[in-house]
Design a protein. Structure first.
Length: 218
């Protein structure tokens, strides 16, 4: 009995150091992902491309340069091209602004995407920007996936609490995950439903079909 207790105690101590080490590692990793500067993410507001055409040329030339420098210092610090020449990102940014203004001045028939204010789609899908704009495209891709709030995360927790209740506490993680996907995204996943129908039918047949339930005649 004493040997079992000693082994359990040793395992608990090892587990404590393991968890502590993992927490420290994750903390350091997150520090590298989240900028320390207050209001850092406001730098992304320069990608409000709707205001571009209305700006004077001199103002447009300087518009967003400081913000791009801050964004590139954080997100492109491991990019070889940026490390060799830090001015290249400013050059790409200025070329992008000029291109957008020129395209915005065209007729709606010539450039429907910009007239419908689909600027990000236009930039990320246009072959013109696929060469010579690597750094600026990386920053725009990051901007395009940034959540505007933590509402989506909160919805996930709410969905989990609705689905996994006290009387449904034995749901497998895989089942809970799939039910949460349906709850958050709707029921368009017909492939998912069709795949699970045999499983549901088998469960019902085994547990709820009256013909298969034991009969007590006493």
């Amino acid at each position: 009995m004493q040997t079992v207790l000693d082994y359990t105690k040793l395992s608990a101590i090892e587990l404590k150091f393991l968890v502590k080490g993992a927490a420290t590692f994750l903390k350091e990793e997150l520090k590298g992902l989240i900028p320390g500067e207050k209001n850092f993410f406001k730098n992304f507001q320069i990608f409000n491309f709707e205001t571009f055409p209305s700006k004077p040329k001199k103002e447009l030339y300087d518009y967003g340069n400081k913000e791009i420098e801050k964004l590139s210092q954080h997100y492109l610090q491991n990019d070889d091209e940026y490390c060799l020449d830090k001015e290249i990102i400013i050059f790409q940014w200025k070329k992008l602004k000029i291109k957008l203004v020129d395209e915005s001045n065209k007729t709606p028939q010539e450039n429907l995407h910009l007239k419908e204010k689909k600027f990000l789609h236009y930039i990320l899908s246009n072959p013109y920007f696929q060469v010579g704009f690597n750094g600026i495209l990386q920053i725009i891709e990051i901007y395009s996936v940034l959540p505007c709030s933590n509402a989506q995360v909160e919805r996930g927790f709410s969905a989990m609490n609705r689905i996994k209740t006290k009387i449904r506490n034995k749901l497998l993680p895989e089942t809970l995950n799939e039910l949460m996907i349906l709850d958050l995204n709707g029921v368009n996943s017909s492939e998912w439903a069709l795949k699970r129908i045999p499983e549901w039918f088998s469960y019902w047949e085994k547990n709820f079909n009256p013909r298969n339930l034991p009969t007590n005649y006493s």
